[in-house]
Design a protein around this ligand. Structure first.
Ligand SMILES: Cc1cc2nc3c(=O)[nH]c(=O)nc-3n(C[C@H](O)[C@H](O)[C@H](O)COP(=O)(O)O)c2cc1C
Length: 509
C-alpha cells in the first residue's frame, strides 16, 4: 500500500534476490559495542534488533573485519567461529521484522599511536592476494550466517579505498598509474566475492563519490568506478564521501583518525553543513551508470534530516535508496513512525557528532546529544496519549548576549511518565517556523549562533516525552537583532519595508 505523503520512500525495491520493504537504509555505524574478541555479543545484537523494530528497510551492520588478526573492539568475520553469533542475531531479526540485513565487511591497515601507519605501498603481492581471499571467505560466511546481502567496504580510508584513491602511490599493476590500475584490486575482490556467494546473492559496494583531499578523486572518476562495479554485477552502490587519513589531524598519543579533517566532515557532515550536502554525488553517479544502460540502485547519505527531503530526492531520481546513519541512531523508529502517520513523534538528530567522538575514542556509541544518559540504546516507550505539559506556557524568555548571540530560556516541562527533551523552532522575519535544535530533558537554555544582525527572530520550544509525544508549543518569544556598525557614515537598514535601525559603517560589533 502506498503512503499518501511519501509514496516512493515507502515503496519496495528488489535488489537481486532481496526485496526491501521500503527505501530507508540504515548506513553502517561502528558501535564499539563488541568486545576485543570481535564476537557479536548481546549488546550489539540488541542495537540491530532496535533498528529492526523500527522497520528500517535495509539495515547495514557495522564494518566487520575480514582479518584473522585482532582488530580492537570491532566485529570480525575472519573465521567460521564468528558465524553462529551473527546467525543468532539475523534469525532473531528475521523472525520479528520485515527489515533486511546486510553485513559490511572491511579490510584495513595498521595504525599506531606514534602516528605511524601502514600504507598500501608497503603491501606485497602475497598480501594483496590474501586480501582478495579474505574478502571472498568473509562474504561466504556472511551468506552462511543468513544475512540477506553483503556490503564490501571500499570507502573512506580503508585498504580498498586507498587502492582506488587518486593518491595511490604504488608503482605496479595495482598502482596509481591510471584509473584502470587503481580499480584492479577492487574488481578482483568483487569477482572473488561473487564466486564465493553465487549469482543470486546481493552484493553491495560502499565507496566515496569524492575523496575531498588534494589529489584525491572526484565525481569524474567515481562515475567510472561505479560503472565498472555495475558492469561487474554489483547489486547496489552506496555512495559516501571523504573520510581520509591524508588530511587527518594528529592528536598526541592517539592513532591517526581519518574523520578529524575536512574530508572527515564530508563523511559525517556536522550541523553547520547544508542539508543533503552529498546528494549530488549519488545523483552524478546514477546519471552516469543509467546513461550506460545500468539500473543498479544507488544509495545516498549525509545529513538528510526529513522524510520530505528523502521523498524529493527519490522523486527527482537523484538516488534509489535513502541512507541514514545518525538519524536512525537517534530514533530507529523513524521509518515506522513516519509510515504510520506519527512523523511528529520522530526524535530528530541534531548532527552534534557526539556519536562520532565516541566512535573515535573506542567507547560505546550512543546518541550523546539527546538520549537520557542511562540509555545504551534508543529509548522506547508506549505511552501513546499523554504528552508533557508546561506548568505555565513555557515562560520562554529571549535575550541578546554581549556576543550578539540569541539566548533562550524556558521553564521545565513535566511528564507523568518520563520527559525526553525539547525541540527549538525558529522563524526568520515572519517566515515559517522550522526546527533548529533539540535538547535533553535537563536543558532549559538554547543559544542560537546563527542569528544574524538585521533580522527579526521568533522562537518557540516544544517538549517531548520518551514515546515521542509532543507537548504544547511554548509562548512565542521575539527579538530583533539590531545591527551595530561603526566607521562609515550613517545609513538606513531596511527590514520588512520599515526602517529598523540607523547604522554607520561596515564593521559589525
Ligand atoms: C559513529 C559513526 C560510525 C560510522 N561507522 C561507519 C562504518 O562502519 N562504515 C561506513 O561505511 N560508514 C560509517 N559511518 C558513516 C555513516 O555510515 C554515514 O555515511 C554518515 O554518518 C553520514 O550519514 P548521516 O548524515 O545520515 O549520519 C559512521 C558514522 C558515524 C557517525
Amino acid at each position: 500500500m502506498s503512503h499518501p505523503s511519501y509514496p516512493l520512500l515507502f515503496s519496495p525495491l528488489k535488489v537481486n534476490s532481496m526485496v526491501l520493504p521500503n527505501r530507508v537504509a540504515a548506513m553502517a555505524l561502528v558501535t564499539r559495542l563488541p568486545g576485543e574478541d570481535g564476537f557479536l555479543n548481546q549488546q550489539t545484537s540488541d542495537r540491530y534488533q532496535r533498528y529492526a523494530r523500527g522497520e528500517v528497510g535495509l539495515i547495514v551492520v557495522e564494518a566487520t573485519a575480514v582479518h584473522t588478526a585482532k582488530s580492537g573492539n570491532l566485529l570480525r568475520m575472519g573465521g567460521d567461529e564468528f558465524i553462529p553469533g551473527h546467525r543468532d542475531m539475523v534469525t532473531r531479526i528475521h523472525d520479528t521484522s520485515p527489515s533486511k540485513l546486510a553485513l559490511q565487511i572491511i579490510h584495513f591497515l595498521k595504525v599506531a599511536r606514534s602516528g605511524w601507519r601502514q600504507t598500501i605501498e608497503m603491501l606485497t603481492m602475497d598480501d594483496i592476494q590474501a586480501i582478495v581471499s579474505a574478502y571472498g571467505a568473509a562474504a561466504a560466511r556472511t551468506r552462511e550466517a543468513g544475512y540477506d546481502a553483503v556490503e564490501l567496504h571500499m570507502a573512506h580510508s580503508y585498504t580498498l579505498a586507498s587502492f582506488l584513491s587518486g593518491r595511490n602511490a604504488r608503482r605496479d599493476e595495482y598502482g596509481g598509474w591510471s584509473l584502470e590500475t587503481r580499480m584492479r584490486l577492487a574488481s578482483e575482490v568483487i569477482v572473488e566475492a561473487r564466486r564465493r556467494v553465487g549469482p543470486d546473492y546481493p552484493i553491495g559496494v560502499r565507496f566515496v563519490g569524492e575523496e575531498f583531499i588534494k589529489g584525491g578523486y572526484t565525481l569524474s572518476d567515481s562515475s567510472y568506478i561505479a560503472l565498472r562495479m555495475a558492469q561487474l554485477g554489483v547489486d547496489y552502490l552506496s555512495v559516501s564521501a571523504g573520510g581520509k587519513f591524508e588530511d587527518a589531524v594528529k592528536f598526541k598519543g592517539k592513532p591517526l583518525d581519518p574523520y578529524t579533517g575536512y574530508s572527515g566532515d564530508r563523511a559525517m557532515p556536522p550541523a553547520s553543513y547544508p542539508r543533503g550536502v552529498n546528494v549530488y554525488l549519488a545523483e552524478g553517479i546514477k546519471k552516469h551508470i543509467n546513461a550506460h544502460g545500468y539500473l543498479t540502485p544507488v544509495i545516498t547519505a549525509g545529513r538528510i534530516p526529513t522524510a520530505a527531503m528523502a521523498e524529493e530526492i527519490l522523486e527527482a531520481g537523484r538516488a534509489d535508496l535513502i541512507g541514514l546513519g545518525r538519524p536512525l541512531l537517534t530514533d530507529p523508529d523513524w521509518p515506522k513512525k513516519t509510515r504510520d502517520g506519527h512523523e511528529d513523534k520522530v526524535v530528530r538528530c541534531v548532527y552534534a557528532n557526539l556519536c562520532k567522538q565516541m566512535e573515535e575514542n573506542y567507547i560505546p556509541v550512543r546518541c550523546g546529544a539527546l538520549w537520557p544518559k542511562e540509555y545504551l540504546h534508543a529509548p522506547e516507550a508506549h505511552d501513546d496519549c499523554e504528552p508533557p505539559e508546561w506548568p505555565t506556557n513555557g515562560n520562554l524568555q529571549v535575550e541578546i548576549k554581549e556576543s550578539g548571540r540569541v539566548r533562550l530560556k524556558w521553564e521545565k516541562a513535566v511528564d507523568r511518565h518520563a520527559m525526553y527533551g525539547y525541540e527549538v523552532f525558529r522563524s526568520v522575519n515572519g517566515g515559517p517556523f522550522s526546527h533548529v535544535n533539540s535538547h535533553k530533558a535537563t536543558a532549559t537554555v538554547n543559544v542560537d549562533d546563527d542569528a544574524l544582525a538585521g533580522n527579526r527572530y521568533a522562537y518557540f520550544v516544544r517538549p517531548f516525552d520518551l514515546a515521542g509525544n509532543r507537548g504544547a508549543d511554548s509562548n512565542i518569544a521575539e527579538v530583533t537583532v539590531a545591527p551595530k556598525f561603526e566607521g562609515l557614515p550613517d545609513k538606513e537598514i531596511v527590514l520588512d519595508g520599515r526602517v529598523e535601525a540607523q547604522t554607520g559603517g561596515h564593521r559589525l560589533l
